[in-house]
Design a protein around this ligand. Structure first.
Ligand SMILES: [Zn+2]
Length: 394
């Protein structure tokens, strides 16, 4: 292959070229072209997608400075039409150039170098050599990168040899020794890089810093550029608008409104707890009054297991008993033994589950069983009653 067209013209979307070699490897075809603008993976940038004569490229491999196009079908023509998946490529260019600006800006403002770059389908991140960044620093960085985008600075790319390299002040040093490609954002950033970049920084459009994460001793900074940044802002804006409508608020007031609602909710929960205590106090009185011995079996419809535990607590304070509470709300059976006898709640539940299908278990003082249906729950309650009766009568 004579030319890697993506070096000369990163805006090239389609072209015609000659097939110079095809070989079949493990059921797929390795195709070499005279010219190719398909970018293979490198320098943190994933490979392009695209087609050759309408046949989808499934992989791009770089082999000894040559790009090998992997296809499922064999192209039949010697002259082929190539087409790049442009949506994917422009996204990569916006993020890769955005990353150069971002890394250069973080050095310029805070002298913190970038240690790695990841450009994925869902997330784009750089890891920077600092344990943390403040909110103020993030706002400062975002604005400064945006100013460089607005300035529409020219992005130049060229090759240098080892001798010429020394005259350049590089942010990122090359991994290769010769024929080194430089990406030069005028007066802003000079880096050794093999990736595809926009021609003017204005094409990045927008940068949005999303969040930071601490990764060992570095900070992982998530960001989005171009269309992805726009979509992020649209998504966030839609969510905020919906929340504003729910709270009958506007964005400036929203945090206060949400905080106020959370506090009101907490207060209401406290009130409910107090009311429940009063209700359970009277239910426990009634249950104890009607109980002929230390055993109380009672079925409930609307109460949760948590409620029944509160009720048990109220009974315990007055007269410790052996409690068997069931609730149709959750199809659950709760056994609590507050007596100092040898009744083991867990063992009782285990025996019960041999008769009625369900799940459960527990210890000596407390055990629980859960059933699929209320019919099974009632069956279990009836079995339990007969178990107790046979014990009492024994
Ligand atoms: Zn780069």
């Amino acid at each position: 292959m004579k030319n890697k067209l993506y070096f000369e013209d990163p805006s090239l979307k389609n072209w015609t070229t000659s097939v110079i070699d095809i070989s079949e490897v493990d059921g797929v075809y390795h195709v070499k072209l005279e010219d190719s603008a398909f970018y293979p993976e490198g320098g943190g940038q994933p490979s392009d997608f695209g087609t050759i004569d309408g046949i989808k490229i499934i992989d791009l491999i770089e082999d000894h400075d040559e790009v090998i196009h992997v296809l499922k079908e064999k192209p039949t023509n010697t002259q082929v039409n190539c087409e790049i998946d442009w949506e994917r490529r422009i996204d990569h260019m916006q993020h890769h150039s955005g990353q150069h600006l971002l890394s250069a800006t973080i050095i310029e403002l805070f002298d913190i170098p970038t240690v790695s770059f990841h450009l994925g389908k869902e997330t784009v991140t750089i890891d920077i050599d600092t344990p943390s960044l403040s909110n103020e620093q993030l706002i400062h960085i975002e604005r400064s990168v945006y100013e460089k985008i607005l300035a529409n600075i020219e992005v130049k790319t060229y090759f240098v040899n080892k001798a010429e390299l020394h005259a350049l002040q590089l942010r990122k040093l090359p991994k290769v020794e010769d024929n080194i490609r430089i990406v030069d954002i005028l007066h802003t950033d000079v880096s050794a890089c093999c990736g595809t970049h926009v021609k003017q920084t204005g094409e990045i459009g927008l940068i949005k810093l999303i969040k930071t994460e601490k990764v060992r001793q570095t900070t992982r900074l998530h960001f989005k550029c171009g269309y992805r940044a726009l979509e992020e802002i649209q998504k966030t804006s839609k969510t905020v608008t919906s929340i504003n409508q729910l709270f009958n608020s506007h964005t400036e007031m929203l945090i206060d409104k949400v905080e106020q609602s959370i506090n009101e909710l907490k207060e209401a929960q406290k009130e409910i707890e107090k009311m429940k205590e009063t209700i359970f106090d009277s239910i426990s009185n009634e249950l104890l009054l009607n109980a002929s011995n230390d055993l109380i079996i009672k079925s409930f419809k609307e109460e949760s297991v948590k409620d029944l535990q509160l009720l048990a607590k109220s009974i315990q304070a007055k007269k410790p008993s052996l409690l068997a509470f069931s609730t149709e709300k959750e199809n659950k059976l709760l056994l609590i033994n507050q007596l100092k006898n040898d009744v083991h709640c867990g063992e009782l539940i285990k025996n019960l589950l041999k008769q009625v299908e369900g799940k459960g278990g527990g210890g000596a003082q407390q055990a629980q069983a859960t059933f699929e249906t209320s019919t099974q729950l009632n069956e279990a309650v009836n079995s339990l009653k007969s178990m107790f009766h046979s014990q009492v009568n024994a």
